[in-house]
Write a protein that binds this ligand. Structure first.
Ligand code: GDP
Length: 300
């Protein structure tokens, strides 16, 4: 938690402290509630969730009557956790339930941290005693396959790759085949995130998906979003959700933003849980997303 708090310091400073300071005012008048709303909006919580939160909070404060800062902090914490949803299944599905490997496809726009996330996830799985095969199906960005292979060598996973500019779907196919041949537990497939046209993306991801499914079910499609891109990330999320069935969100670079509220907005937008968060560039900087811990890091 101490580490999480340090990594979320920017959001804690503006969002967390901002809310607590406003709530500790002697009179919670209309203006103060508006400022609370503003603080939430600035942190990218999103319009509907912000209104919902403020309404619920106001009502509870009203019912409570007199209040101490501790009580208010507790209320705020409860309401933020409630907003994040406690009944989502946030585990990344890494067991296929069959005697073949679980297949996880990682999608998102280039630069969001897809390859890094794939590498970090492999590391977590291997540390947990699982065997992993990586599929370097991002053949668009020249260095992506090298980068993934470097991760693979570092963490102990074989990387299946093809020629530069090669067919992503055929690499994905080969990666799953290799995973089956090796008796691997999980195959992680890094894809390219060209967003120049939606049909191009749709064709490419759709093909990767279909080809992978020739071997068996696709267990998880993780959408990687860069938390520092704010509303832009939401636009990307929408486009990807139209193209493939996203089963989980990975929000990267939360360490680099004061707008941690995007976690709430993006979940709301897609109706899909944030499963993992990226908290830095290092190999250990990928964490499961836990609403309680997240909110505690923000407001103590
Ligand atoms: P891709 O094009 O989507 O595969 O993106 P990369 O995996 O190459 O990542 C782009 C940059 O973002 C790299 O410099 C990564 O080190 C960095 N990055 C990825 N995840 C995080 C994160 O959680 N926090 C920070 N600060 N940087 C990250």
């Amino acid at each position: 938690l101490i580490r999480l708090r340090a990594r979320l310091a920017r959001s804690q400073n503006s969002l967390g402290k901002g809310l607590l300071t406003l709530l500790s005012r002697e009179h919670l008048d209309e203006e103060t509630w508006e400022e609370i709303e503003e603080t939430l909006l600035i942190a990218d919580v999103g319009v509907a969730p912000t209104q919902e939160l403020v309404e619920r909070l106001r009502e509870r404060v009203r019912v409570l009557g007199t209040r101490t800062p501790e009580e208010l902090r507790a209320l705020l914490k409860e309401e933020l956790v409630h907003l994040l949803g406690t009944d989502f299944d946030r585990a990344v599905k890494t067991e296929s339930g069959l005697d073949t490997p679980a297949v996880v496809m990682v999608v998102g726009v280039n630069g969001t941290g897809k390859t890094t996330t794939t590498g970090k996830l492999a590391r977590v799985l291997i540390a947990d005693g699982r065997s992993v095969v990586l599929g370097a199906a991002d053949t668009f960005r020249a260095a992506a396959a090298d980068q993934l292979q470097t991760w693979g060598e570092r963490v102990g996973a074989r990387t299946v790759r093809g020629p530069e500019g090669g067919d992503p779907a055929s690499i994905a196919f080969d990666a799953v085949k290799e995973g089956i041949a090796e008796g691997a537990d999980v195959v992680l497939i890094d894809t390219a995130g060209r967003l120049h046209t939606k049909t191009g993306l749709m064709d490419e991801l759709g093909k990767v998906k279909r080809v992978v499914e020739k071997h068996g079910p696709l267990d998880e499609v993780l959408l990687v979003l860069d938390a520092t891109t704010g509303q832009n990330g939401l636009v990307q999320a929408r486009v990807f959700a139209e193209v493939v069935d996203i089963t989980g969100i990975v929000l990267t670079k939360l360490d680099g933003t004061a707008k941690g509220g995007i976690v709430i907005a993006v979940q709301r937008e897609l109706g899909v849980p944030v499963k993992l968060v990226g908290l830095g560039e290092g190999a250990d900087d990928l964490a499961p997303f836990e609403p309680e811990a997240f909110v505690t890091a923000l407001i103590g």
